[in-house]
Design a protein. Structure first.
Length: 336
């Protein structure tokens, strides 16, 4: 059975604070570790009052310090916002403190609006102009010292922190294949090119020193509860948050509602349903069958599961149900 992992945006529920959200993230990471999830990733977003993980490397250190075995990393660091040397030093420091547990997932989007991107970078050009060069420069700084090398990441040099490329289009799929790196696709919010990106990545893949065959991880939304009805109610928080973001009014994560009727128009519903189509929402049985079907359809090597749930205990319960169904799927696979 393939591994399951956790993608956490450290959501800030309405009426809460970033501090509470970050403490909840560490509690959830400990919970996920006890449940057997493989890795716990956090995402870089800026100028969003509903997401607390902007200083992603700092949060990764906080999560890693509060856990002991689960891999912790970025899903991802938006590399155009940073100098590669700075990221090499940050993740080299993390790898020195928590050896063998740190992942570095890289994206090429800004993770914010254009005005905030300018404030982050001071100058702003097309986001993919330097991305391939920056990825390779980062690999260089995390690798062994080369003859004549005068600029080094300390810590960072020779830590060889595993690098992943993240994407929602074909660009990073091609680059990951060319560089022989693992690839994570953002199917949890941008499903349109998922199957094509997997095809491109798998057919164009070139073995490298770090990976001898393609390894693809897919994002998926999973909201699990004791009943289908309760899971659908919990999922309305994410539906509302996603539509607020699409219409340019992001905010803290809204509480769930019993029905979305009257909250959105039929056109808005269709747009959100399409964007969040890689989602499994329901009871334990519904979740088990939905995950099995998604794995069969995609041939994913790993799933990274996100759940934007307003109540922290309900969120923990959702991941516990996912872990139970992962164990059941593993039993079925072993018996087949």
């Amino acid at each position: 059975m393939i591994p399951f992992s956790v993608l956490d945006l450290s959501p800030v529920p309405r009426g809460s604070t970033p501090g509470e959200s970050l403490r909840n993230s560490r509690d959830l990471a400990r919970h996920a570790e006890a449940l057997g999830f493989h890795r716990y990733w956090l995402a870089e977003h800026h100028n969003m009052t509903g997401i607390a993980s902007a200083a992603t490397s700092v949060v990764i250190g906080y999560i890693a310090e509060g856990t002991s075995t689960i891999r912790v990393g970025s899903g991802g660091i938006m590399l155009p916002n940073h100098a590669p040397l700075v990221i090499a030093e940050q993740f080299g420091t993390l790898a020195s403190l928590y050896p063998g547990r740190i992942d570095l997932g890289l994206g090429r989007a800004p993770g914010t609006d254009q005005g905030t991107a300018r404030a982050l970078r001071r100058s702003l050009g097309p986001s993919d102009d330097r991305f391939p060069d920056d990825v390779q420069e980062l690999q260089f700084f995390l690798g062994p010292q080369q003859p004549g090398q005068t600029v080094r990441a300390v810590p960072g040099m020779d830590t060889n922190v595993p690098i992943w490329l993240l994407g929602s289009s074909l660009f990073s799929a091609r680059l990951a294949a060319e560089l022989g790196l693992p690839f994570a696709f953002a199917s949890h919010f941008a499903p349109d090119l998922m199957m094509k990106a997997l095809e491109v990545y798998r057919t164009m893949f070139k073995p490298s020193d770090v990976l001898d065959k393609p390894y693809a991880m897919l994002g998926i939304n999973v909201v699990a509860a004791d009943t289908d009805e309760e899971a659908r109610r919990l999922f309305t928080s994410q539906q509302q948050a996603f539509w607020n973001l699409r219409r340019g009014a992001p905010g803290q994560l809204p509480p769930p509602v019993n029905s979305m009727e009257g909250v959105w128009t039929p056109m808005e519903k269709a747009q959100v349903d399409h964007a969040l189509s890689c989602a499994v929402v329901g009871s334990p049985e519904t979740v088990r069958e939905g995950l099995a079907a998604f794995i069969e359809r995609t041939g994913a090597d790993e799933l990274i599961i996100t759940a934007q749930i307003f109540d922290h205990e309900a969120r923990k319960r959702s991941y516990a149900i996912v872990a139970e169904q992962h164990a059941e799927l593993a039993r079925r696979t072993a018996a087949a």
